[in-house]
Ligand binder design. Structure first.
Ligand code: UDP
Ligand code: MG
Length: 311
């Protein structure tokens, strides 16, 4: 019996890409001795993606799909894929063909060698727009400066996960899981493969600077509480500085200079007002996360699927 490889593809408005990617995946597996299944997660799009995958499911016995009830986002879509994939390992990749399926062979070789996680590292692509490269760089820099787990630049959600690791991830009851960080955090034997990404085949990227920033903040706050520690250190630092100020205040009072100083006063008030708001904000983000977690809502809702045993 050949081992079963599940291919998980989150898709949000990717009508033009699905057929092409499925075709390329099938070509790759023609040369390999694994069985495979493809699981596309339709993340509430507005185009014909769902029709395309429903048609494919009619003619292919190893093609499955899950349709979300609305757009839940890339990470929840990926989580759904992992939850319902049946393979001995799961390979996740984007629907837009930036992640070349031709890399599967190498990934599977490493898996056979005993690596439980084979992730990929995108090499700097000169053809990507400057904006995309800059936002991506800014994203990883922000992430890493603030969290304990280092996420290497260019590691997107194109990776192979062994059944063992998928089962661990499935147990996570986290609200809005940040899979990129969780995978690094899991440990196991990990191996990195470098690759040069292709151009997006069709359609537009769903990530802009705002979404990237949101993802970065989400990533940091779901991996670590280090920002809270920073707040404490800042507090100590400024308390200490203000102690140094006390002798001057007393001296100024003594020589009768205590009325002047409006400018320095207002600057200090504004500065600390801002600082306090920032720190309150950071605390607020964490409380917000606890609030959302407390509700225990599902990460995604399935509207339809051709998988058996669900719904
Ligand atoms: N995606 C998704 N839900 C979303 C946004 C994106 O499932 O809300 C999917 C999208 O279809 C693609 C992958 O996530 O397969 C990565 O998205 P995209 O290519 O837009 O990101 P980029 O490559 O620009 O970082
Ligand atoms: Mg893309």
């Amino acid at each position: 019996m050949n081992k079963l490889v599940s291919i998980v593809i989150p898709a949000h408005n990717e009508e033009e890409n699905i057929i092409v990617i499925v075709d390329r995946i099938e070509k790759v597996f023609e040369t390999l001795t694994y069985d495979f299944e493809i699981l596309v997660v339709d993340d509430g799009g507005t185009d014909r993606t769902l029709e395309v995958i429903e048609d494919l499911a009619k003619i292919k016995s190893n093609f499955f799909y899950i349709e979300f009830s609305r757009n839940f986002g890339h990470q929840p879509a990926l989580k759904a894929g992992l939850d319902y994939a049946k393979g001995d390992c799961v390979i996740s990749l984007d629907a837009d063909l930036q992640h070349p399926p031709e890399l599967f062979k190498q990934m599977l070789e490493k898996w056979d060698e005993g690596y439980e996680i084979v992730y990929t590292r995108r090499k700097e692509d000169k053809r990507l727009s400057f904006k995309k490269r800059a936002t991506s760089k800014y994203f990883y820099r922000l992430m890493n400066s603030l969290s304990d787990i280092e996420i290497e630049a260019g590691t997107a959600d194109f990776r192979l996960l062994d059944r063992k690791t998928v089962d661990v991830l499935k147990q996570f009851k986290e609200n809005d899981p940040f899979i990129r960080g969780l995978v690094k955090w899991l440990g196991f034997k990990q191996y990195a493969i470098d690759y040069i990404p292709d151009q997006r085949f069709s359609g537009a990227s769903k990530y802009n600077l705002k979404k990237m920033r949101k993802l970065a903040i989400h990533g940091v706050t779901s991996l670590t509480t280090r920002p809270l520690h920073t707040a404490v250190y800042l507090g100590f630092f400024f308390s200490f500085i203000s102690l140094l100020y006390i002798p001057y205040v007393l001296y100024a009072y003594y020589i009768g200079k205590h009325v002047s100083g409006w400018a320095s006063l207002i600057t200090t008030i504004a500065f600390f007002g801002g600082l306090q708001l920032i720190i309150l904000g950071i605390i607020g983000i964490y409380i917000g996360k606890m609030f959302m977690q407390g509700k225990n809502r599902p990460n995604y809702i399935i509207r339809s699927t051709n998988l058996k045993d669900i719904l």
